[in-house]
Design a protein around this ligand. Structure first.
Ligand SMILES: Cc1cc2nc3c(=O)[nH]c(=O)nc-3n(C[C@H](O)[C@H](O)[C@H](O)COP(=O)(O)O)c2cc1C
Length: 182
């Protein structure tokens, strides 16, 4: 279990992690709806809500989604009962101008989805390792209108399984800076 000395920090942030061992147990409709509802409350530039989620939970859909993943991801993501693709709409709906915040906003939505999943006893694992062309084909999304941002595996994990290598983090000194430097 990851820990932090900061007693004010909610454990939700520290205890989230990306497993590669999923149980094939199905996820209830209610839980699926709940994680997407969490995502859809995320903030976005001009409230555009550029995120789109296409998911697979039926075996034939899952097989198609898995076929889009790079081999290294297929080896472990094959067990996950829910696979999701996150897309973001490239242009603002109001004026068709490029939305350069779309991927940022979709990233916020993915994190909301993940934290809500954790609260429901589920885990997620994001994947950048997929073939984008195949992702558009199997999801029937239009590459002229959307960016493919990420794939996500979701499921329960075997609580007795060992957590893999604990991913470390840079220190705050390396990533947070106060004020104006000379
Ligand atoms: C956008 C994104 C793409 C990622 N792509 C992959 C991937 O293709 N395969 C994989 O095994 N993990 C992937 N990861 C998982 C990261 O390696 C992992 O989040 C990071 O090492 C931190 O570990 P933690 O999530 O357990 O804290 C990805 C994560 C993100 C956010």
């Amino acid at each position: 279990m990851r820990t932090s000395n900061n007693k004010k920090l909610d454990k939700l942030f520290v205890e989230r992690w990306s497993p590669r061992e999923f149980l094939s147990d199905t996820i209830s409709d209610e839980d699926i709806e709940t994680i997407f509802e969490a995502a859809h409350w995320s903030p976005s530039c001009f409230n555009e809500q550029p995120w789109r989620f296409v998911y697979a939970r039926q075996q034939d859909d899952l097989e198609k989604f898995r076929s889009t993943l790079v081999e290294g991801n297929q080896t472990w993501a094959n067990q996950a009962p829910l696979l999701i693709y996150v897309f973001s709409k490239k242009h603002f709906s109001q004026n068709d101008k490029p939305n350069r915040w779309a991927d940022f906003d979709s990233g916020a939505a993915w994190m909301a989805l993940t934290l809500q999943a954790n609260m429901l006893g589920l885990h997620t694992h994001a994947m950048g390792g997929y073939d984008p062309d195949k992702a558009f084909t199997v999801t029937n999304m239009d590459p002229d209108k959307y960016d493919v941002v990420c794939a996500i595996a979701v499921g329960k994990i075997d609580k007795t399984s060992n957590r893999e290598s604990q991913s470390s983090r840079k220190s705050l000194d390396e990533i947070v800076f106060e004020g104006i430097s000379d």
